[in-house]
Design a protein around this ligand. Sequence first.
Ligand code: AKB
Length: 319
Amino acid sequence: MNKEEKILVIGSSGQIGSELVMALRKIYGNNDVFATDIKQPTSEIKKSGPFQILDVLDFNNLLHFVVRYKITQIYNLAAVLSGNAEKIPLQAWDINMKALMNTLEVARQSEAKKLFWPSSIAVFGPTTPKYNTPQLTIMEPTTVYGISKVAGERWGEYYSRRYGVDFRSVRYPGLISYKTEPGGGTTDYAVEIFYEAVKKKKYESFLDKDTELPMMFMDDAINNTIKLMRSDKEKLTIKSSYNIAGISFTPEQLAAAIKKRIPEFEINYKPDFRQKIAESWPASIDDSYARKDWGHSIEYDLEKMVDVMLENVRKKFDE
Ligand code: AKB
């Protein structure tokens, strides 16, 4: 069955894409996973299989690509993240929505019926229950990124019910990884801190010390994303996007875990505009639907994640 799948990853040079492509190539074979982006990819992606510059905003090119390479599944990871989107609200809305609508339409018009699109904890807002945030609850986001994610979830469900597009999605928490740095998110502090801890032994956090947010190590995010995409469609009761939980912590707790391993490490706090965004988001997530429907589970707790991050960020500086 794997042999017949041809997979297109849009946004393959970003934080998620650069790891997802390699994981998919292990499963489906190097030549059947097509990496595309408007930026150059990592050398490992370039060397291991097909990569092409492709702009998801160009509908005709996208459709042509999908038909030409007989694509059966699309992962569309292109997005302007929360912090950056607040600086260019209208542009961010246009990019995020057009990127999604183009892939939904391509899925409708082609054989690439299975579509993954990432939603986010940003769909929630200050009126949402903050702890153990339920799957089905109040969604009144205050950021343009969050508004685009709620709208995107609705459109995904619409295309699924009306046109039979096999739309699948998770609400990612902050993702922590070392291969490619994130860009422009509110949860990015939890990645930056490792680089600064290794390089300078100090970090100035743009979120306050007690701002608790849901996070997840990238390996868990990738494994669960692929698990969702390989699950039986009949088992999926949520047609929009699944809550998935990883680990929740504050900047102070993360700094303490780093200090245990780097005793000289110091942190100070200088909250900027992203503090307000973070305060509007949940602190922890109830992912019981994802666990029950398709077996969502995680392997990395805070301690294990900090060990792996420090080991690999150190290696990067030694290279
Ligand atoms: C962001 O901070 O914007 C993202 C997200 C939680 O979706 N990491």
